[in-house]
Design a protein around this ligand. Sequence first.
Ligand SMILES: Nc1ncnc2c1ncn2[C@@H]1O[C@H](COP(=O)(O)OP(=O)(O)OP(=O)(O)O)[C@@H](O)[C@H]1O
Ligand SMILES: [Mg+2]
Length: 548
Amino acid sequence: MIKDVLNLIDKSLKSFILFQILCAVWGILYTICSLIFPTAVSKLIDQVILAHEYNKTLYYLFIILISGFLMIVFNYIQYIEYYKFGQKGKLIISKKIFDRILHANGKFREKYSSGDILRIIEQDTNQIENFIGQGIGQIAVNIIVVAGVIILILVQQPIIGLIMIILSVAFSLIQAFLSYILKQEASELRDDLGKNSSFSNEVILHSEQVATSGYVETYFQEYKSRNEKIYTKNISQMSKILMGRNIGIAYNVIGNLITMGIGVCEIRNGNMTVGSLLAFTMYVQRLYGPLVIISNSYLNLKKAVPHIERIKRFLDSAECIIDGCIKPETKMRGIIAFKNVFFKYDEKEVLKRCNLQIEPEKLTAIIGNNGSGKSTLIKLLLKTYNCSSGEILVDNIDINKYSNNYFYNNISVMFQNNFLISGKLIDIINPGKKEVDMNYIYSLFQRVRLDINKFESGLDTYICENNINVSGGELQKLNIIKILIEDRPLVILDEPTSALDNDSEDEICELFKELLRGRTVIIVTHRKRILGICDKIINFNTIQEEQE
Ligand SMILES: Nc1ncnc2c1ncn2[C@@H]1O[C@H](COP(=O)(O)OP(=O)(O)OP(=O)(O)O)[C@@H](O)[C@H]1O
Ligand SMILES: [Mg+2]
C-alpha cells in the first residue's frame, strides 16, 4: 500500500525513507528530552527536597526548563514536517485527479457519478494526507518513543519493563484485530457516501423540479433512509475507534497500577527512592500518549485504505480521450468522413456501418428522429467516445492521430444541453481571453437580439452556477456569441436554436449565413427555418436505413 501511495504522489521509496529518517531524528531528540525531563524531576525530589541539597535547585530547574522547551520545539518541527509532506501529497493527487477528469472520455463519465468524483476530490484525498502525513510518521516516531521508554524502564526496573512489554504486545494485537474490522466497514461506508453524494448533488442541482414534482416526500424519505444507514455505519466505526482508545486508557491504568504496586514494595525494601518512583510513573505516562497515537494512527491508516484504493482505480482507469501527436501548421479545413463506423453504448447499437461525408467550408444540416444517434455522431467526431469499428477522418487524417490541443482549438462546439461554466459574462463568452474589439462584442449582442442592458452589470454580470439567472434562449444566444468570438474553422452546433423565438431564430440564421461562411459547419437540428440556410442536408434516418 505504501508503494502505491508513493507512486500516486510521485515519490520514490528512497526519498520517502530519507524523509522518515529525518523526521525520526526529530522524534528521537524529542524522546531524549522527554526522558531527561522526568529524570530531572526525580533528581530534584531525591537530591534537593529529600536530601536537602538546596544549592542544586537552580541546576535541576534549569534542566527541567530546557528539556521542556526543547520537547516543544522538536515536537513542533516533527509535526510540521509531516503536515507539509501530507499536504504536498494531497496537492499532487488533487491535481492528477482534476487533470484526469479534464481528459476523461464518455465511458469514464458513465462510470463515475458527479457525487462520487466530488467525494474523491474532496475527501479521499484527505485520507492520502492522513496516510502519508500523519499515519506512517506518527507510528514510526511513537514506536521509537515507546521503545526508548521501555528500554529505559527495562534497564532500571526489569520486572516493570517486562510487564510493560507484554501489555504493549497485547495492546497491539487487539488494535490489529479492530483495524481489520474497521477496514471492512470503511470500504462499505465509502461506497454509501459516494452514492449519497450523487443523490444529494442531483436533488440540489434540480431542487426546483423536485420541489414542484409532488414527490418531495418520496425524495425526502430516500434521503432520510440513506443518511440513517450512513449514521449507523459511522457510529459503528466510531465505536471501534473509541474501543481502541479505551484499550489505550486501560493500558495506562494497568501500567500505573503495576508501577505503583511494585514501587511501594521496592521503596519499603530500600531498592527505590520516592523520586525514582515518581519518574517511573511519568515514564508510564509517557508510554500512554505515544501508544494511543500509534493505535489511532494505525486505525486511521486502515480506514484510509479503501479511499486510497478508490483514488488508484480512478487514476488508473484508461478511459481517456485519445491524444495523438499530429499538429498541422495550418488551420483545419474540416473535410469530414465517417467510414464504416459502428458504435454501441454497452449493448445498445447506435451506429451501424455509418458512412457519411461532410464537405469543407459548407453549412451541413443533420436531421433525424429523436434517438437516431445525431448527438452520438457528434460525440464520436469529438473523440469523447471511440468507434467500435471503422474510422473517422478529418482532413484525411484519423481523428485519433491529432493532438488534442490542435484538434480542440480548431473546433467550436455547442452541445445540445447548452451549458456555460459560471463566471462573469465577459469571461464565459470569451473564456480564452482573446483580444477582441469590445464594439464587435456589443454588435454580436445586437445581432442575436440579446439586450446587454438586461444584465444588471453589463459584461461584468455574474452568470450563476447552472446558469440559473439566464433563460434557455439567452443561454443559447450567449453560446452563439462565444462561438463567433472563438472564430474557429470547424463549428459543430447541436440544436443551437431549439429555445429561440421565431424572430431571434430568423436573425440568427442570417447571422450564421454571414459570419459562419467559409467555415465547415455542422448543425444538428429539428427546426425547419435553419435548413433554409444550409448547403446540404443529411437525413440521419435514411443513412442508417441504407446501411441496414
Ligand atoms: N451515454 C449513453 N449510454 C447509453 N445510451 C445512450 C447514451 N447516450 C445516448 N444513448 C442512447 O443512444 C441513442 C442515440 O442517442 P442520441 O443522443 O445520439 O440521439 P439524438 O439523435 O441526438 O436524439 P435527439 O434528437 O433526441 O437529440 C438513444 O437511444 C439514447 O438513448
Ligand atoms: Mg441529440
